[in-house]
Design a protein around this ligand. Structure first.
Ligand SMILES: [Fe+2]
Length: 180
């Protein structure tokens, strides 16, 4: 199975699951994030990063998941592990940092926290809350930090009930082009 097959399969079988306490489904959330990236003029790698940023929520489908996991699932880490070696490293880096990017934005933009959904506020706490000043400096020095911040902004907006998006098929040619 290629990554394309896996993504299509996951959308078909599990896309209708709800997106972690939000009012949209997983597939609606992922497609909205990708569509927002495209509308914002993002390049293909970033559009695909937006599409796949939450693929780690399906880690139980992949070897990255261990049934002995008992703490915070760290879906950004398992997501990056799923994609590593299969896709442009920029996509991997952005997926890996998209949770840190929320903690970063809450630290550097005073009004960012107020724009989070209730579910996102809850997970922010589990993820460590807003970054400390030292963490902010460290984050800004990491490869892909800027990409992750852009994905994070689309992620936050990609929770609109009934928003129209292109279907998954629209994004598959881009996915193929950013695969290794
Ligand atoms: Fe997300």
């Amino acid at each position: 199975m290629t990554l394309v097959d896996l993504v299509v399969d996951i959308f078909e079988r599990r896309g209708a699951e709800s997106y972690l306490g939000e009012d949209v489904t997983m597939s609606e959330h992922m497609l909205q994030a990708a569509a927002l990236a495209e509308a914002d003029g993002a390049d293909e790698a970033l559009v695909i990063g937006a599409l796949l940023h939450d693929i780690g929520h399906y880690a139980d489908e992949f070897s990255a998941y261990s049934p002995t996991d008992v703490i915070d699932k760290r879906h950004e880490i398992s997501g990056a592990a799923i994609l590593e070696g299969l896709i442009d490293p920029r996509v991997v880096g952005a997926v890996r940092l998209h949770v840190a990017a929320k903690r970063y934005l809450c630290a550097v933009e005073p009004d960012y926290f107020s724009r989070l959904s209730a579910a996102s506020v809850h997970t922010l706490e589990l993820q460590g809350g807003p970054m400390t000043p030292d963490e902010v400096v460290e984050f800004e020095s990491r490869d892909g930090a800027l990409d992750a911040v852009r994905i994070r902004r689309w992620d936050e907006q990609a929770k609109v009930v009934g928003a129209k998006t292109p279907p998954l098929g629209h994004f598959l040619p881009s996915l193929r082009r950013v695969m290794l």
